[in-house]
Design a binder for this molecule. Structure first.
Ligand code: ZN
Length: 282
């Protein structure tokens, strides 16, 4: 990509700074560079915070500390696979968590048993995803419950639609064809920001998905040199038809999207290309 060849210098910005006055009336959506996995922090300018997934290990702890998070109003597990829940026992054990949502599946693997044990031990109320909306200050998080057809765990990922004025973001865990089709059948809105489902795998994008949601910026949470071949070049190309910018954590590191109530946004990454940070205006 030419843009990358033109990279002149890599600047490390103060990614870890707490929200200050200059950030008023904005929302932060931070895709942590947790390797092959997902961990997304949503923070409102009022200082309310939610975490969607926790990566595959306790490195999430360092990130949350770096961003001065000490409590979480809501924690969501999209689905109980290791690359989404590996860091969850650490999060639930070390941070004050007011509410917790997962897909309600009983999963037998050891990692998940530990999550259940810590939930009980810490007295965190556990709720299976249902159609409801959480207020995170002036940001709303609409829970999109999975179809509950008892199929593949990826296709039982809890979805989340974030709305802050005209700025909207959509997260669908590791949804594949069947679940994306289900969400699409419910009617998905156009969004500003999209987390590419299933780490940008080819089965994480269906015909009609990008056309319906028309994301302006797409973020792929994916590990360097992962053995799955994620993200799929076809997926990147297809999203590229609609999006002004596509970021991937294996290349860009942690990706921080700052959204404004009027729908505009800007992006900061750990590796910043001089003069190339795109902004969007609807
Ligand atoms: Zn995954």
């Amino acid at each position: 990509m030419l843009r990358r060849l033109l990279t002149l210098i890599v600047l490390v910005l103060g990614l870890g700074r707490p929200l200050g006055a200059q950030q008023a009336d904005s929302i932060e959506v931070i895709f942590f560079d947790v390797g092959q996995g997902d961990a997304v922090l949503v923070r409102s300018f009022e200082g309310r915070a939610a975490l969607i997934d926790a990566g595959r290990n306790s490195s999430i702890l360092d990130y949350l500390r770096e961003y001065h998070v000490d409590s979480l109003d809501l924690v969501i597990t999209s689905h109980p696979h290791e690359d989404h829940i590996g860091g969850m026992p650490t999060v639930l054990g070390m941070f004050a968590v007011a509410a917790y949502i997962d897909n309600g599946q009983r999963y037998r693997k050891g990692d998940w048993k530990l999550v259940e044990w810590v939930l009980g031990r810490m007295g965190v109320p556990r709720t299976a995803a249902r159609a409801e909306t959480f207020a995170l200050g002036s940001t709303s998080l609409r829970i999109l419950p999975p179809p509950g057809m008892g199929g593949d765990t990826n296709n039982e990922s809890v979805g989340v639609l974030l709305e802050f004025g005209k700025f909207k973001a959509l997260f669908t865990g590791d949804s594949q064809y069947e679940e994306l089709q289900y969400f699409l059948s419910l009617g998905m809105p156009t969004v500003t920001l999209m987390k590419a489902a299933h780490h940008g795998a080819r089965n994480g994008l269906i015909p009609g998905w990008a056309e319906a949601t028309k994301p302006e910026v797409v973020v792929v949470s994916v590990g360097r040199n992962n053995s799955y071949g994620h993200p799929d070049p076809w997926v990147l190309r297809y999203y590229g038809l609609f999006a002004k910018a596509i970021y991937r954590t294996d290349v860009d590191g942690t990706v921080r999207v700052i959204g404004h109530r009027d729908g505009t946004w800007r992006v900061e990454t750990a590796a910043v290309e001089l003069g190339a940070a795109p902004t969007g205006r609807r």
